[in-house]
Design a protein around this ligand. Structure first.
Ligand code: ADP
Ligand code: MG
Length: 256
């Protein structure tokens, strides 16, 4: 494991038990891994294996029951301005235009709007002709691109994505994966992507952590697949891509 001094985010023996009306829910067993600056990982596993829980722990929105999460060597105790989070259901404000939604994080933080950064992002994400539109006037893929623009406007060191494209049709989904890969090649932020889609994990995760769930014990990471070509242009369709896809599938089946 890499020296934790260099790590962007470091999860050490983190576990999470939710307390509900029906007693404790063991969502995540002790889990250790880290993400370096500019590295991308994908967390892949079946529904209920604790993927979202792990991402929320990495965002500072949830606290681990045990273990520690360190972001740039500091204990993470609350959401951090250098960590961007995109969830499946966009979280856009319906009464604000595309541009206002993207500027929102900057305004909340009372930051200057950095000249043309917002316009530039909207253009990269192919939303230039939609800046004055409202979310309900957009397709699912366009809304998700607005949510991405909003997270990236803050120039995060770490971008967390929780099944961001799950609700989209296959072609839109692949187009968005390619866009995220392109944004990453330009900016080299750290990224953790949660998905139950194997191809998505292989397209975007340069390391793929395979998770499983054991009822009563919570989810755990059971395998890791190195995938250094993820995020490269035109990776999908290559022999290596198909090999890695099969490899991840085998690991998932082995532990199912
Ligand atoms: P995944 O994202 O892999 O589908 P989650 O992290 O959402 O998994 O959930 C892991 C487990 O924890 C599931 O059994 C889920 O029902 C439970 N869980 C998640 N959030 C809560 C919560 N706030 N309260 C109680 N149980 C929860
Ligand atoms: Mg989830």
């Amino acid at each position: 494991m890499a020296d934790s001094f260099h790590d962007l985010i470091d999860c050490r023996d983190v576990s999470k038990t939710y307390i509900s009306g029906n007693g404790p829910v063991y969502a995540l067993g002790p889990t250790t891994f880290s993400v370096e600056s500019g590295e991308t990982i994908a967390l892949v596993g079946p529904s209920g294996c604790g993927k979202t829980t792990l991402l929320l722990l990495m965002s500072g929105l949830e606290k681990p029951s045990n273990g520690s999460v360190r972001f740039r060597s500091q204990e993470l105790t609350a959401p951090h301005r250098e960590i961007g989070l995109v969830l499946q259901h966009y979280g856009l404000f319906p009464w604000k235009s595309v541009k206002e939604n993207v500027q929102l994080g900057l305004r909340i933080r009372r930051e200057s709007l950095h000249g043309n950064r917002v316009e530039e992002l909207l253009s990269e994400l192919e939303l230039s002709d939609k800046v004055e539109f409202y979310p309900q006037q957009l397709s699912g893929g366009q809304r998700q691109r607005v949510a991405l623009a909003r997270a990236l406007a803050l120039n995060p060191k770490l971008l967390l994505l929780d099944e961001p494209f799950a609700a989209l049709d296959t072609l839109t989904r692949e187009r968005l994966q390619d866009l995220v890969a392109e944004m990453w090649r330009k900016r080299r932020f750290g990224m953790a992507l949660v998905t139950h889609n194997i191809q998505e994990a292989v397209r975007l995760g340069r390391r793929i952590l395979v998770m499983r769930v054991e009822p009563g014990h919570g989810g755990q990471v059971v395998a890791e697949v190195d995938n250094p070509s993820a995020c490269e242009a035109a990776y999908r369709g290559s022999d290596e891509f198909h090999r890695k896809t099969l490899m991840v599938r085998e690991r998932l089946e082995l532990w199912a």
